[in-house]
Design a protein around this ligand. Structure first.
Ligand code: AN7
Length: 368
């Protein structure tokens, strides 16, 4: 083969050839945007669907399990899908400031997109309960951070009132554009698999994402782009499981701080999704979450945050109910780097410290 042809082939097969222009550009026919909408994007979306055999092996029955690794979005979580839409529409409406309550990821994403769009970003977070990586992001992206002595649910009540009284746009998942952007993850899954999966396993906090995925699956199904609809399997942490217990939780508690939410705003919508999809909501303990988190890390090379591992923990818990030869997608909503404290406290690594800087002491530690 001629060298120039080889070179051309190399560049055209390069994954970073910049052809992906973000999810609004890719799915504009399916989204409430017009030619006039200023698109604020960091080229979010288009995240990989990765087969996770370590989980399939633990279930058996010929199942195939995939992770939708949304922790590979620009700010490290699925929130970017919704935020590119919410911020673009806020910009279109001439808004100059946005606000959100957040357990961390929404604040990081809102800050990045709002600042990129030239807007102020106010974020109200529960003091002491936001993972370090997320807080670092909000600060670096130039958010104006208000850490309150209260939990996420208190923060959300406050920002709802503020956005009613002042000229600030609320970008929590009560903002309908958020869910519109987030539904594109379901489109991508169908395009990758050639069909919808049998089960979609997903962590739930405010239950916006499960609602958005269902919208996406339904829209593609009705457009004949898939032949089936998945059962929507939602999982919450057992110390913070209002949708499983059927009542608000006043003092939610879990290691998965992202889903430490006691009164989900999208509760009614989520219950409709469960009914329409013949789905199921269950809870998983922190121990089960950490077990799944460790398996993904050390057996599959996938580092997700604890809230995301709830989807895999949930699948393992429900393994007896998994139909033979089914295809299952677990949504990994956030990157493991978001919460380094959790990682350092929860692993089984062999970690020798204070080792002398010479070959003999090192080989001795290595067991050679
Ligand atoms: C990693 O950032 O609510 O059920 O304020 O960060 O749509 O709420 C985060 C939620 C799952 C739950 N996984 O999604 C926030 C926030 C991760 C998350 C969820 C969140 P929803």
């Amino acid at each position: 083969m001629a060298f120039s042809k080889k070179l051309k082939q190399f560049f055209s097969s390069s994954p970073k050839n910049n052809n992906w222009n973000g999810l609004i550009e890719t799915y504009k026919d399916w989204l409430p945007v017009t030619k006039k909408t200023p698109i604020i994007t960091l080229k979010e979306g288009g995240t990989p669907l990765i087969e996770i055999k370590a989980i399939a092996d633990r279930i058996g029955k010929g199942v195939k399990v995939y992770a939708k690794y949304d922790g590979l979005n620009p700010t490290g979580s699925f929130k970017d899908r919704g935020m590119t839409m919410a911020i673009s529409k806020a910009k279109e409406a001439g808004c100059e400031a946005v606000i959100c309550a957040s357990t961390g990821n929404t604040s990081a994403s809102a800050a990045a997109y709002a600042r990129r769009g030239g807007m102020r970003a106010f974020v109200v977070i529960p003091e002491g309960y936001v993972a370090q990586g997320k807080l670092a992001q909000a600060l670096v992206y130039g958010a104006e951070v208000l850490a309150i002595k209260g939990n996420f649910d208190n923060a959300l009540d406050i920002v709802r009132e503020l956005s009613d009284k002042y000229p600030i746009t609320l970008v929590n998942s009560v903002n309908p554009y958020r869910l519109q952007g987030q539904k594109t993850a379901a489109f991508e899954i169908i395009e990758n698999l050639g069909n919808a999966p049998d089960w979609l396993c997903i962590p739930m906090g405010n239950a916006g994402n499960i609602t958005a995925y269902w919208m996406g699956f339904e829209e593609y199904f009705h457009a004949n782009k898939s032949k089936k609809l998945p059962r929507m399997m939602g999982f919450q942490a057992s110390g913070s499981a209002p949708l499983v217990e059927g009542k608000s939780i006043t003092n939610p508690d879990t290691i998965a701080t992202a889903i430490r939410i006691g009164n989900p705003v999208n509760k009614e919508k989520a219950l409709l999704v469960r009914e329409a999809s013949n789905g199921n909501f269950s809870s998983v303990t922190d121990l089960e979450i950490i077990n799944a988190y460790k398996i993904l890390g050390k057996e599959e090379g996938i580092f997700c945050e604890p809230a995301s591992a709830a989807s895999v923990a949930g699948l393992l818990k429900k393994k007896d109910d998994v139909p033979k030869n089914s295809t299952i997608v677990c949504v990994l909503t956030g990157n493991g780097l978001k919460d380094p404290d959790c990682a350092i406290e929860n692993n089984e690594a062999i970690f020798h410290t204070g080792v002398d800087a010479e070959i003999n002491s090192i080989t001795k530690k290595m067991g050679f």
